[in-house]
Design a protein around this ligand. Structure first.
Ligand code: NAD
Length: 402
């Protein structure tokens, strides 16, 4: 499968640019390139995986979970699909995959690539259609053993309700409102730059976005000046223009939602430092929005609490480490985050107190072998690495006489 993916990488990336508006270079490297690396990583993980182990007089066997339904969103469509499909197949499951109706073509191409592999007919199946129809039908099907879903909390909740009826295995990767916490001993400039860049990646349409920047009160003004300057340097433009940094949002509904959040932030009294809800000059025709930075954001504001899914950063001032940890934890989400400190030990101590599935310490990079997933309403279960494969296994214990 990996050879097929590599051979058609440009075609896969181009379909993502066409349907989701992702700039070509982002689609090629950060989406398709990384997706292929993740797919490739499962060969070694599977080869070393302990499918059977002895415990006293028992043989503990990991069996395939059975018929798996994978349902994925449009924002990083190939990567999020492969992250489920590859380990599910490696564990011995059969898969019925339903991609997002907004970006399904990469999944058609993937189905063609899988058809070239040596899998028996029926092991991988593709169903396209709308979430509330095709997705709900598949997730609620009594012969499906496990549903692996990535998307909104709203849809995750509906799928969870259906799964509860049938005591179905469930894996949910949902939304986030992650915090990038700058401690007072950190180097401010690289921390702010990395946070703005991460917030703007994929035009802010990522679940792991650090949409809240927590800074000590006395450093807020300096942080805002830096964030405003960095955000202002982004070139917003069409996805196929090689000079574009920030492509359009996926849809008119997405644009209206993001603009609505920006207007709400202003009405709530947040200080607009960069960007805004106006039409971007020269780009009237698409779903464009400028990187937006708010300062003086307080915990109770909607911009600090709700997932915006656009390039909008909320800067929240805090006083003291304890308050930073409390604010970071004060959302229903717990997916990702970042900690910045002059001391790696101190950053680690803070990271351990933040209830999230992942934390990047002082710019630590994404690792495809580490488990990825959320605490609280950000989800159930983990993807990637050994845990990502284990999630598609059922346990059976066989007891033998001593
Ligand atoms: P969405 O929930 O609207 O759709 C995701 C998928 O679910 C689509 O394939 C859709 O057709 C399907 N779907 C929708 N309603 C359904 C239902 N009732 N039953 C079954 N399937 C249904 O989400 P979206 O707008 O495509 O994606 C954005 C959301 O995804 C954001 O909240 C984002 O945070 C989240 N996300 C999470 C992760 C993660 O790894 N945690 C990664 C990417 C995106």
């Amino acid at each position: 499968m990996v050879a097929g993916l590599k051979a058609r990488a440009d075609e896969l990336a181009d379909s993502i640019t066409t349907e989701a508006g992702v700039p070509t270079r982002v689609a090629q490297r950060a989406q398709v390139g990384l997706a292929i690396e993740i797919a490739e990583s499962f060969a070694d993980i599977t080869a070393k995986f302990e499918f059977e182990r002895r415990v006293g007089n028992s043989l503990v066997v990991r069996e395939p979970a059975g018929v798996v339904v994978t349902i994925t969103p449009w924002n990083v469509p190939l990567l999020l699909s492969l992250q489920k499909i590859v380990p599910a197949l490696m564990a011995g499951c059969t898969v019925v995959h339903k991609p997002s109706e907004l970006a399904p073509t990469n999944s058609y191409l993937l189905a063609e690539i899988i058809a070239e592999c040596d899998l028996p007919p029926g092991v991988f199946n593709l169903v396209v259609g709308e979430g509330a129809v095709a997705g709900a039908e598949l997730a609620g099907h009594p012969e499906v053993d496990l549903v692996s879903f990535t998307g909104s909390v709203r849809a995750g909740r509906e799928i969870g309700r259906q799964a509860a009826e049938q005591i179905k295995r469930l894996h949910l990767e949902l939304g986030g409102k992650s915090a990038s916490i700058v401690l007072e001993d950190a180097d401010l400039e690289p921390a702010v730059r990395a946070t703005v860049d991460q917030v703007c990646f994929n035009t802010g349409q990522t679940c792991l976005q650090w949409s809240r920047l927590l800074v000590p009160s006395h450093l807020q003004q300096q942080a805002l000046e830096l964030a405003g300057e960095i955000a202002g340097q982004y070139k917003v433009g069409p996805p196929r223009d090689p000079t574009t940094d920030l492509g359009p949002l996926v849809s008119s509904a997405g644009l209206e939602r993001v603009r609505g959040h920006i207007r709400t932030g202003i009405e709530e009294g947040a200080r607009l430092v960069a960007g805004g809800a106006e039409v971007v000059e020269g780009l009237q025709a698409g779903y464009y929005v400028r990187p937006t930075v708010f300062g003086d954001v307080t915990e109770s504001m909607r911009t600090a609490r709700e997932e915006i899914f656009g390039p909008v950063l909320s800067v929240l001032p805090y006083d003291g480490e304890k308050e930073a940890i409390r604010i970071a934890n004060a959302t229903p989400y717990g997916l990702h985050g970042a900690i910045w400190s002059g001391s790696s030990d101190r950053a680690q101590r803070v990271a351990r107190q933040v209830r999230t599935g992942q934390s990047d310490i002082n710019g630590g990079a994404f690792n495809i072998l580490a488990p990825f997933g959320g605490m609280k309403q950000s989800g159930i279960g983990r993807e990637c690495g050994v845990e990502g494969l284990d999630g598609f296994c059922e346990l059976k214990s066989l007891q033998f006489p001593d």
